[in-house]
Write a protein that binds this ligand. Structure first.
Ligand SMILES: Nc1ncnc2c1ncn2[C@@H]1O[C@H](COP(=O)(O)OP(=O)(O)OP(=O)(O)O)[C@@H](O)[C@H]1O
Length: 620
């Protein structure tokens, strides 16, 4: 392995041959990179390349292991996990003397008309639980999505119990969806063996129809627009579900994803009900499609989906005071929730026939609610005594889902074995992740060093080539004095290896281009000077960025001063006259390149000139 040192510092030989004189001396080459250095660089590069390859394959193996262990953990815990979140009392709500709902870490007890009902969950989030606490439980399942599994996170519950709060959150307390998207990007950025891309879609199931929330048409925010949506649900031969015509946007970073997500949320249908001021009247589905491809040649692309679903409120229609369309919306929501319950019940009984076709919701989720996928359901309940009836309904619904993987029937002995297995797996997972982290860090270092060394080698080869081409061979003391082609230079004179300094040819080229720039800048200056006296609304374009740089340096202050002095009191006619005469001069000035001609915001004038869009202010 190559020692960790910067490429420039990989020249200890220079230090060791210091002269014993009072002024310490170091030596460097003049004409060419010493052969031994070039060889060292090449050796270092090939060794680093080997190391990078080795680390990548190690990382791949560890990643496979991590995937396997995570899968085992999720399977042991249950591929359908059900959590319960209890909403805190709102400021407007009266707190009862005896609260009807009490909870432990993994159970909820509801007291209703003297009867006591108990429900078990994988975890219960109390009123004081933060968004971060909830996200902590969702995180591992996101890793599964990146590993190629379809994942479904569903927020279920009565209207006004906090489903939207959990999924979307607020600016200060972001919910699961934005946190999950951010986590996906951060995890993907750590993956050195795969390239990962994300696309995003959002849709709403409203009154039994599908509404594309990211479509340009939806900005109309009208009901009519939604009914015009024509999205068909298709299932391919592999059982993968696709929605024909659904807008899918590629999101390259978290900021973009967040922007699209907020756009979709704004379009969602909400209306006022007795229970919630901005009640969601539909199921809102956000889909992140993850495409993951290995770096190795011939690697296949794995595609998986992460669904984040804010279900419409399950509700007793009379209680919400719904009439007219709101009543219809409530009915549609309840129908599809009941279809979802049926699907889950069928999966639980492992029945051959699963009634996916009974609602759009279950049709869409067909490939994400099955055996190979991971499901996380968050049931939301209200702490109020007025809501006890709905609370029991919601808890009973999720009890069906949980029963698919329920451990209730297991005897204590078996449960103990399961717990032990889980803690072993979790320990294995921690170790694997730790190893992955170490290898990733070393890989990053090696890749960085490799690219620096390559750059160095490339620069030195390039300089060498230039010198040969121009037949410039400087006679030096060094060539005479030393067989290893070194020359004395003072240490204090800012030592640089030969291959890091400019060559004669490049210096000549630089001098020539500077001359050219100066000439161009001279003509530009005269134009700019006149121009700034006119108006700041007029524009100038320079095709030569180097000239622009020069102009910027020399004219920043005068231009600003001129712009400031071009006060609103300056008579417009005067400006126009001056400007027109200047234009005539410039148009006739053949020496002035077209791209440097002056243009005006006046359309009549502009027609005669080149099309320049850059504003004067952009040059300052
Ligand atoms: N955990 C919580 N902490 C603080 N406020 C909450 C919490 N959960 C919900 N709320 C508040 O309760 C109100 C209702 O929540 P939200 O709109 O999320 O309910 P919902 O279940 O999505 O309702 P609907 O089904 O009608 O859309 C909101 O004002 C929300 O801010």
């Amino acid at each position: 392995m190559i020692p960790h040192q910067s490429p420039v510092s990989s020249m200890p030989v220079l230090e060791s041959i210091e002269s014993p004189q009072t002024v310490p001396l170091v030596f460097t080459d003049v004409n060419v990179v010493p052969e031994h250095q070039g060889n060292e660089l090449e050796k270092s590069i090939s060794s680093l390349q080997g190391e990078v390859l080795g680390l990548k394959s190690k990382l791949k193996l560890l990643d496979e292991k991590r995937k396997e262990v995570l899968n085992k953990i999720i399977d042991t815990k249950g591929s359908i996990r059900v959590f319960c979140r209890v909403r805190p009392f709102l400021l407007t709500e009266r707190r009862p003397i005896k609260e009807p709902v009490s909870f432990g870490p993994d159970n909820v007890v509801v007291n209703c008309s003297g009867a006591r009902k108990e429900f078990e969950f994988d975890r219960v989030f109390h009123q004081s639980a933060t968004q971060e606490d909830v996200f902590g439980e969702v995180k591992p399942i996101l890793r599964s999505a990146l590993d190629g599994h379809n994942v479904c996170v569903l927020a279920y519950g009565q209207t006004g119990t906090g489903k939207t709060f959990t999924m979307d959150g607020t600016e200060e307390q972001p919910g699961l969806a934005p946190r999950a998207i951010e986590e996906l990007f951060s995890e993907a950025s750590l993956d050195h063996t795969h390239s990962v891309t994300f696309t995003m879609s959002m849709l709403e199931i409203y009154m039994g129809g599908l509404k594309d929330l990211l479509s340009a048409r939806q900005s109309l925010r009208s009901y009519e627009a939604s009914t015009k949506c024509n999205l068909n649900i298709q299932v391919d031969s592999k059982g993968s579900v696709e929605i024909e015509g659904l807008t899918e946007v590629e999101v390259t970073d978290f900021a973009k994803a967040r922007w699209w997500y907020n756009k979709g949320r704004r379009v969602r249908s909400t209306s006022w009900t007795n229970v919630n001021e901005a009640s969601s009247r539909s199921h809102c589905l956000t889909r992140i499609t993850i495409s993951r491809r290995g770096d190795a040649v011939g690697s296949k692309t794995e595609v998986s989906k992460l669904w984040m679903i804010d279900l419409g409120g399950s509700e007793r229609l009379l209680k919400t005071g719904a009439i007219g369309r709101t009543l219809d919306e409530g009915r549609a929501i309840n129908l599809s929730l009941s279809a979802l319950g049926d699907v889950i019940a069928a999966l639980r009984r492992r029945k051959g026939h699963v009634p996916y076709r009974n609602s759009k919701l279950t049709q869409i989720l067909k490939d994400s609610l099955g055996t190979r996928s991971k499901v996380l359901m968050l049931v939301h309940i209200s702490p109020r005594d007025e809501d006890v009836g709905e609370t029991i309904c919601s808890l009973s619904f999720t009890k069906r889902a949980r029963a698919i993987e329920s451990n209730r029937g297991l005897i204590t002995e078996l449960q103990k074995v399961r717990e032990e297995k889980l803690s072993e797996l979790e320990e294995e997972m921690r170790e694997t992740q730790e190893n992955c982290k170490k290898i990733r860090e070393r890989l990053q270092e090696a890749e960085c060093l490799l690219s620096e060394n390559k750059k160095l080698l490339w620069t030195s080869n390039d300089s060498y080539q230039e010198d040969i081409e121009n037949k410039v061979l400087l006679p030096t003391d060094a060539t005479l004095r030393s067989s290893d082609k070194l020359v004395k230079i003072s240490k204090s004179s800012g030592f640089k290896p030969r291959f890091m300094t400019s060559t004669v040819a490049s210096r000549q080229r630089q001098a020539m281009s500077e001359k050219e720039i100066n000439a161009k800048a001279q003509s530009i200056r005269s134009v700019a000077k006149n121009l700034t006296q006119l108006s700041t609304s007029q524009s100038l374009s320079l095709s030569d960025s180097r000239g622009r740089g020069l102009l910027r340096r020399s004219y920043t202050k005068p231009l600003q001063a001129a712009a400031n002095s071009a006060t609103p009191e300056t008579p417009k006619k005067d400006i126009k006259d001056k400007y027109t005469s200047l234009q005539k001069r410039n148009i006739n000035d053949a020496s002035l390149p077209k791209s440097k001609m002056v243009t005006s915001s006046d359309p009549n004038v502009r027609a005669k000139l080149c099309h320049h869009r850059r504003r004067m202010s952009s040059l300052t």
